[in-house]
Design a binder for this molecule. Structure first.
Ligand code: UAG
Ligand code: ATP
Length: 485
């Protein structure tokens, strides 16, 4: 593709060496290591490195033109200075891959919690009703039925456009993280549906304030087609705020929630039966959530709403929801032989932990033991809220290790002890070894007790623990097998 064609809609500040007219571009790279002969290299000033410093390497590897933000005195090849390299990368990638998202029904889901669950549930509904779907998200990506490893919830711009160009599926359902939005990873894409699940205290190590975090989420709706539909959970204060902004901007908003202002009004959530009673266009109907928990009932309503707007009939949605097997590590229940229910869940916010414990209680739990820890080098400001919820709602809680992310183990154990005494009134039990914590909880539970293990969900452990297991699920099954031999 000709360079002049790729750059024609960019916000260009200056062009060094104007003979760019007929340059033919064979590929695009934002990492100098990925540059080959005839490539366009886009230099990005990142969080740990500055791509502009790698321009010489890119040229050595065969780059025939460079795009960057910084001013340059002289280069042996054309240099185009733009105001925002990340944004430019999205626009160029979209042209280079021939606007792949325009050939699909694009669904983008944002929010602190519920993106993965909602996207997988919606994919299941659509596929059960004969529509092929690509999925791009935290656990894995799936394109043309092929499961691919996922490195980010929202892939980098180039990887994302490449995936879209390879997809032959009708619908693409993708999770859009706030990091992805603030780094323009979805630039160039136009969405048919943009969903907002909720906003909770999370990622404030990156976004600093809740308002900044909200503003990042809001960016998704800039990528909504004029004819597109925003689907927003109004029962979250930030959802209510978002609806106000979207209405002012003249967007099509489909809201869900308890009040009668909503397009889909929730009449009742019967948590102990996972039944949702709702009214839509004056018709009252019921949905059964295939996964327990009030939060998963909202995820079900979200998935239902998109499927309905895409023309799937109510009774077909109901039927397909019945066959949904749930999502690994999302309120995944393991029933032990002694009548104890163990839940493995990815909750990593106070709100999510609260939902898990409340659900167990609604389902008649006798005693609830909550096991969790904190990730090293991640937002510390949410820890207090998580302890508070565990202390208030569970019958006992155990603090244990989660991913250390280079924080020394002793330091993390000390943090657990300090927070337990400062915010937990020393009511928590600190058992640093995660597998030992789970074993202790199982040995100290009886029929109709629930144990909720949060934080790791589907993920494998990042460090070694006492038992020879790789994940919370494996640990529970290992203990179950060895306890009753
Ligand atoms: C902090 C952060 O978000 N970083 C993201 C960002 O990296 P960056 O651009 O700042 O990279 P950098 O290492 O500083 O390098 C700057 C530039 O120099 C280039 N370079 C570097 C070295 C070299 O030899 N040559 C070269 O050209 C790099 O290719 C890059 O273009 O842009 C990259 C491309 O899009 C992302 O892959 C990367 O995500 C990192 C891996 C990451 O882990 N991010 C997490 C925080 C994240 O995004 N998480 C969210 C989910 C959050 C959640 O809900 O839990 C996600 O969407 O995954
Ligand atoms: N709608 C919801 N409201 C509140 N909490 C939820 C909701 N859906 C899921 N959760 C909680 O959040 C956890 C993560 O769920 P899920 O993976 O679906 O969200 P996510 O937005 O994809 O999060 P992440 O990006 O961290 O994977 C669940 O294990 C559950 O505890």
């Amino acid at each position: 593709m000709r360079l002049k064609q790729l750059i024609k809609t960019l916000d260009i500040k200056s062009v060094l060496e104007p003979k760019v007219e007929n340059l033919s571009i064979l590929g695009i790279a934002d990492n100098s290591v990925d540059v080959f002969k005839g490539y366009l290299f886009v230099a990005i000033e990142g969080f740990t490195a500055d791509g502009h410093n790698y321009i010489p390497q890119a040229i050595e590897n065969g780059a025939c033109a460079i795009i960057g933000e910084k001013s340059m005195d002289s280069l042996p090849i054309p240099y185009i200075q733009v105001s925002n390299s990340r944004k430019a990368l999205g626009i160029i990638a979209n042209s280079f891959y021939k606007n792949p998202s325009s050939k699909k029904v694009m669904v983008g889901i944002t929010g602190t919690n519920g993106k993965t669950t909602t996207s997988q549930m919606l994919k299941h509904i659509m596929e059960s009703n004969g529509h092929s779907c690509s999925l791009i998200g935290t656990i894995h990506n799936e394109i043309n039925g092929q499961v691919l490893k996922s490195n980010n919830t929202t892939p980098g711009t180039l990887a994302l456009h490449k995936l879209l160009s390879e997809s032959k599926d009708e619908v693409v359902i993708m999770e859009v993280s706030s990091h992805g939005l603030s780094q323009y990873r979805v630039e160039g894409i136009k969405f048919d549906f943009c969903l907002f699940t909720n906003l909770e205290h999370e990622h404030l190590d990156y976004h600093k304030t809740m308002e900044d975090y909200f503003q990042a989420k809001l960016l998704l709706f800039d990528y909504l087609k004029d004819s597109g539909q925003a689907i927003v959970n109004r029962d979250n204060e930030w959802g209510e705020k978002l609806i106000g902004i979207l209405n002012e901007r003249g967007k099509n908003v489909y809201s869900i929630g308890y009040s009668d202002k909503n397009t889909l009004q929730i009449i009742d959530l019967i948590i102990e039966k996972s039944i949702i009673k709702f009214t839509e266009k004056k018709n009252t109907n019921c949905l059964s959530s295939p996964i327990m928990g009030v939060h998963n009932m909202y995820n079900t309503v979200m998935s239902y709403s998109v499927a309905k707007l895409l023309g799937i009939e109510y009774k077909n949605i109901i039927n397909s929801l019945r066959g949904f097997q749930g999502v690994k590590g999302r309120f995944q229940i393991i029933k032990l032989r002694n009548g104890v229910n163990v839940v493995v869940d990815y909750a990593h916010t106070a709100e999510a932990i609260s939902n898990c414990i409340t659900t167990a209680k609604k389902y008649g739990a006798n005693k609830v033991t909550q096991i969790f820890g904190f990730r090293g080098n991640r937002d510390k400001s949410k820890r207090e809220g998580m302890i508070f919820v565990a202390k208030e709602l569970s019958d006992q809680f155990v603090l244990t290790l989660d991913d250390l992310n280079s924080v020394p183990e002793d330091e993390m154990i000390e943090s657990l002890n300090i927070i337990n005494s400062h915010c937990g009134n020393d009511q928590g039990i600190v058992i640093p070894d995660r597998t030992s914590a789970i074993k202790w909880a199982i040995e100290n539970s009886a029929h109709n007790d629930w144990i909720i293990i949060t934080g790791k969900g589907h993920e494998n452990y990042n460090q070694k623990f006492h038992l020879p297991t790789k994940s919370d699920e494996e640990t529970v099954l290992y203990i179950e097998d060895n306890l009753y031999q």
